[in-house]
Design a protein around this ligand. Structure first.
Ligand code: SF4
Length: 198
């Protein structure tokens, strides 16, 4: 529906607005600051937004993490709110109940945030560096593959490695999933699944 406004009507509207603005001159000037003070500031306005992917299932909905902290050296960032990403092509801002409860998952005391290592015979897990974890995993995989790789089944070339299993993350992007598949399969691994099916 279009609204027709004549030149005369427009001038009338301008006159009314001018009269309203004159209220301040008539002693009602305190109204404006009082009204502004009554409006609550948008709670997330001062927060930093980080786009991410819900880690729970293969739908891989986009989320926005809202955190306090300006990344300065002594400030510790903390996620305060999570909501669906309205610009994400998969979920367009929506989240299922699991995704909506992501904040509890992020702030859970029992959440594993670092690589942990339990030495043979020990009952304790110890925190280790990512370098240590990658090196250790790669070393064990190499040793196992060298020992158990099967190149031939009779005359048939099979190039298979069945003693190592790999579980992909469901929240990976298409590109990461493609790379994971190529890496794992190129080593001959057959035992390969995705967390989305677990
Ligand atoms: S929000 Fe729900 S549907 Fe979307 S990825 Fe997370 S668990 Fe899956």
């Amino acid at each position: 529906m279009t609204i027709q406004v004549s030149r005369r009507g427009l001038l009338k509207g301008g006159a009314i607005a001018l009269a309203g603005g004159s209220l301040g001159a008539l002693g009602f000037g305190g109204l404006e600051p009082a009204m502004a003070a009554a409006v609550r500031p948008f709670k997330l306005a001062q927060m930093r937004e980080t786009r991410n992917t819900c880690p729970y299932c293969s739908v891989a909905c986009g989320v926005i993490l809202y955190s306090l902290g300006d990344k300065s050296k002594n400030a510790r960032s903390a996620v305060m709110h999570v909501e669906g990403d309205p610009d994400h092509p998969i979920n367009r801002g929506t989240l299922c109940p699991k995704g909506s409860a992501l904040l509890d998952f992020i702030q859970a005391e029992t959440r594993t945030k670092y690589p942990l290592h339990r030495e043979a015979g020990s009952k304790e897990f110890k925190r280790v560096s990512w370098d240590f974890a990658f090196e250790r995993i790669a070393r064990l995989m190499k040793e196992d593959r060298d020992k158990n790789f099967v190149a031939k089944n009779g005359d048939l070339t099979v190039n298979r490695w069945t003693t190592m299993g790999f579980l992909g993350a469901s929240a990976t992007s298409n590109e990461t999933a493609w790379l994971t598949y190529k890496t794992v399969r190129s080593m001959g691994a057959l035992v390969f699944d995705n967390q989305a099916r677990v």
